[in-house]
Design a protein around this ligand. Structure first.
Ligand code: R5P
Length: 323
């Protein structure tokens, strides 16, 4: 049994997704954000929140800094409005890639952002495919991370790909690729080795590969496509090694900078992506992209939280647990 007495709220980061969740749950979605003339964000929640659970749906990208500020102010308003539990649903968690000190004198930005969200008053954080799962330890409150594979797999299975090999575009994604390979009964996996220039943000290049992709249908899986450098150079590399087709499945489609042009020019046949972040019309309409929604996944997660059911039940397909 799920209580109907919870409030759904959205900032300006991905209202379309929040309304899709509201439609499934048959709930209104409160939009409390406006902007003062000097650019300051104003939050005014008109609904009563006393002793109610408040779910705030706000991916923190695009415009990560504005999105984080909106989220923090909505949480603060809900806490001061006596909400009994505030659940920050952050389908895409911006700054998550800055999750460690990979060189001297840098911040751990993901930890700093998580602290701000918790300090504002979030009692629970829910993310989809957080960049590294250890980040759940950056907050003391419960942090549930669920998986975009739940939404992506049905679309991938529709393709009925034979001689399938699942590839990771870098060594960090091997666990994910192995999980997808098992869930899709693939013939094997391939791992592309990339080199990154630490002095230049978002610059990487595929250099070599482990695995056989010749005459195979290959599915490259990753948590995100940002500039597209990682995924598309891996796709091109795989194609140059004789793959029959190369598709990609990614959870977060940031498509920043020249990413869409790169998709155009790349050997990739299709990019299947979810709507965790707002996708530009040109991305949605691009002939090589297919968009699947995470709204059913988030709605199920909310129902599970409201009814006290386990989130790690068979509802949530966790690639790393399939090994
Ligand atoms: C890297 O560790 C991530 O999983 C992604 O592969 C990467 O951040 C994607 O960024 P871009 O599309 O700019 O290469």
């Amino acid at each position: 049994m799920i209580s109907n007495d919870f409030l759904l709220m959205t900032g300006r980061s991905n209202p379309k997704l929040a309304f899709a969740v509201g439609k499934i749950l048959k709930k209104e979605v409160c939009e409390p954000i406006s902007v003062f003339s000097d650019g300051e964000i104003r939050v005014r929640i008109k609904n009563n929140m006393r002793r109610r659970h408040v779910y705030i749906i706000q991916p923190t990208s695009p415009r990560p800094n504005d999105a984080i500020m909106e989220l923090i102010l909505m949480i603060d308003a809900a806490r001061r409005g006596s909400a009994s539990e505030i659940i920050a649903i952050i389908p895409y968690f911006g700054y998550a890639r800055q999750d460690r000190k990979e060189m001297s004198r840098v911040p751990i930005s993901a930890a700093a952002v998580a602290s701000m969200i918790e300090y504002a008053g979030a009692n629970r954080i829910l993310t989809i495919d957080i960049h590294s799962e250890q980040q759940e330890g950056f907050a003391k409150c419960p942090w549930d991370n669920i998986y975009g594979s739940y939404s992506l797999l049905p679309e991938i299975k529709k393709k009925k790909l034979t001689n399938l090999v699942v590839a990771s575009p870098d060594k960090g994604g091997v666990v994910r690729a192995t999980g997808y390979a098992r869930l899709l009964s693939a013939e094997g996996i391939a791992i592309v080795y990339k080199e990154r220039d630490l002095d230049i943000s978002n610059k990487s290049q595929a250099l070599s590969m482990v695995g056989n992709v010749k005459d195979k249908n290959v599915l490259v899986v990753d948590d995100m496509l940002d500039t597209g450098g990682t995924l598309l150079s891996a796709a091109d590399f795989i194609k140059s090694r004789g793959a029959k087709s190369v598709r990609a499945a990614v959870t977060h489609g940031l498509f920043s900078g020249e990413a869409l042009d790169k998709v155009d020019k790349s050997a990739v046949d299709e990019v299947i992506v979810t709507d965790t972040v707002t996708l530009r019309e040109e991305v949605i309409k691009h002939p090589k992209t297919t968009v699947v929604s995470v709204a059913p996944l988030l709605s199920s997660a909310i129902k599970h939280i409201e009814s006290g059911e386990s989130l790690s039940s068979d509802l949530i397909l966790k690639p790393s647990e399939t090994q």
